[in-house]
Design a protein around this ligand. Structure first.
Ligand SMILES: [Zn+2]
Length: 315
């Protein structure tokens, strides 16, 4: 999908709100169709690698969010009790090499295995900058991630990269059960823990959300079905990623749409049963059809996109 001029006012408003820095000016110029210093006029290719793993590719950069492709059986969707906490972590380097050839920046939303388990190896191989909380980074250090590439964030940061900006927001993971607990909750501050061996060792460690702004198009990603409404006030992404779930997050879909200004696009994320192969079409783990219907009811002008495993969409 090529960017239309009619989508630019929202982007321009957002960028002007952010301030008068060079990045904001350049991004606004792109929105107006004026030649800009940033090399983002060719658009962004978005590719899904299952779960919450997304690859953003421009002519000059590759950004990954929660890149995890080493699938192994956990029972997350097939057993009544959910994923078996004692499941041993497997890192399939050959699969990572096959599906994730490049990375300049890796964004981590939280510490669960289906989000960060592949990042230490991937960071070492690619030299990418990795953003995450203190706990996320400590867990990855314990899995031999290169320390010099790890960038600790906590929410509120806005960084300029080559042709795009990344803004970080505080968040919380969605909860389960009558006591509203976070699966594998907790933090690992200060000290690098023992090497995580089982999926329960990869604790949530705080959650973050990210606004990735390429100037012509911007994306807002949450790693679970929750967000902090006041933290993200005023953001106007072109694309909002939403996932099924959020039973303990009141009006999750409706409030997320409103908080982000009813974006032109919603892309369904984290809806597949990730015990199933990535090289086959996604098997439903979460109900993306119910999600689609809620989006349509709350924001009729929003286009709902379902991108299957390893498929791409051009923005
Ligand atoms: Zn997940």
């Amino acid at each position: 999908m090529t960017t239309n001029a009619d989508r630019s006012p929202a982007l321009r408003r957002r960028n002007l709100l952010k301030g008068t820095g060079a990045a904001a000016v350049a991004a606004a110029a792109v929105g107006g169709g004026v030649a800009a210093a940033q090399t983002d006029t060719a658009g962004v290719r978005l590719r899904w690698l299952g779960t919450n793993a997304w690859e953003f590719t421009t002519e000059t950069a590759t950004v990954l969010i929660d890149p995890w492709v080493s699938r192994f059986p956990t029972g997350a969707y097939s057993s009544p009790g959910g994923a078996d906490p004692e499941t041993r972590i497997e890192v399939h380097e050959d699969v990572i090499d096959e599906h994730l050839p490049k990375a300049d920046t890796i964004l981590v939303t939280h510490g669960h295995w289906d989000h960060i388990a592949d990042v230490p190896y991937l960071a070492a191989r690619t030299g990418a900058t990795v953003l995450g909380t203190e706990t996320h980074l400590n867990l990855m250090r314990a899995m031999d991630a290169p320390d010099a590439q790890l960038c600790q964030v906590g929410g509120g940061e806005l960084y300029q990269f080559d042709g795009y900006t990344v803004e970080v927001f505080r968040s919380s993971h969605s909860t389960t059960g009558e006591h509203k607990r976070i699966q594998f909750g907790g933090t690992r501050p200060a000290e690098v823990p023992k090497r995580p061996k089982k999926i329960k060792d990869l604790v949530e460690g705080g959650s973050l959300t990210y606004l990735i702004d390429f100037g012509s198009v911007s994306f807002f990603s949450m790693g679970s079905a929750s967000f902090h409404e006041h933290e993200i006030a005023g953001i106007r992404p072109t694309v909002l990623f939403l996932q099924p779930g959020g039973g303990h997050t009141p009006d999750f879909v409706e409030r997320a749409l409103e908080a982000t200004g009813f974006p032109p696009y919603v892309v369904a994320s984290h809806w597949d049963d990730f015990d199933q192969p990535l090289t086959e079409p996604g098997v439903k783990g979460g109900d993306w059809e119910a999600l689609r219907d809620r989006v349509a009811a709350a924001s009729p002008d929003t286009e709902f996109l379902l991108i299957d495993h390893l498929e791409s969409h051009e923005f």
